[in-house]
Design a protein around this ligand. Structure first.
Ligand SMILES: Nc1ncnc2c1ncn2[C@@H]1O[C@H](COP(=O)(O)OP(=O)(O)OP(=O)(O)O)[C@@H](O)[C@H]1O
Ligand SMILES: [Mg+2]
Length: 214
């Protein structure tokens, strides 16, 4: 299975990807690969740093760099792992591009959608959306950045609360268009274990509904 986790910065994607990968490893015989965008492939660190740290990139370059990153990630990691019969849990995928570049940075949605479709980036089997008020995610980011250098805000995170609100409302528009395609998780003020429990329950139901499960 190819599972993606979406949500604004600080919504808890990495935290929940850990829980989900641990749970999936425990309940299935297949290996679970935990990956992320941008840069989740061998050599992707350089591109990640470039995308997240270069100042004044125009939105078109930003978009195309994310596309290039996704293509490498797909061909070097995701496709081989799925073909080997493993599960892949990935933080961010096509919806991040639409929410950040279109919702956050004003790129034309029809154009972005067409390019994504032309690149044949596959639809995940399951898409999880972590729904959180932007103000809560923003305050988590602010407290996290004081910890150490590793948690310094990147270029997107540094754009502030208004940007996060734009991205969040675009995610909601995308989900409203196709609500059945997402597992929506209300993350409000809830503890991470409670959220993880809900993801496992909902994913378990989804799997038992799959046709052909034998
Ligand atoms: N349910 C929760 N309640 C309180 N804090 C949480 C919860 N889940 C995660 N956190 C904390 O919030 C911060 C952001 O979480 P995390 O790094 O998992 O988010 P993220 O969506 O991966 O962020 P980014 O997009 O920046 O990578 C972390 O410091 C994490 O420990
Ligand atoms: Mg993360």
């Amino acid at each position: 299975m190819f599972i993606t986790i979406e949500g604004i910065d600080g919504s808890g994607k990495s935290t929940q990807a850990d829980h989900l990968a641990n749970w999936l490893s425990a309940v299935s015989d297949e290996k679970v690969i935990r990956t992320f965008e941008p840069g989740g492939w061998n050599g992707g660190k350089t591109l990640r740093k470039f995308i997240l740290e270069t100042k004044n990139l125009c939105t078109m370059s930003e978009f195309l760099l994310f596309m290039a990153d996704r293509a490498e990630h797909l061909h070097r990691v995701i496709i081989p792992e799925l073909l080997a019969g493993n599960h892949v849990v990935c933080e961010r995928w096509n919806e991040s591009t639409l929410a950040y570049q279109c919702g956050g940075h004003g790129m034309d949605y029809d154009f972005a959608e067409k390019v994504i479709a032309s690149c044949s980036f596959p639809e995940p089997d399951v898409k999880i959306f972590l729904d959180i008020p932007p103000a809560i995610a923003f305050s988590r980011m602010k407290s996290r950045e004081n910890l150490d250098d590793k948690h310094k805000r990147d270029r997107f995170e540094a754009e502030g609360l208004v940007f996060l609100e734009k991205v969040s409302s675009f995610y909601h528009r995308l989900i409203a268009k196709n609500p059945d395609k997402f597992i929506m998780i209300d993350c409000g003020e809830r503890q991470e274990h409670e959220i993880a429990g809900e993801i496992m329950r909902k994913l378990g139901v989804e799997l038992s509904d799959e046709p052909n499960s034998d």
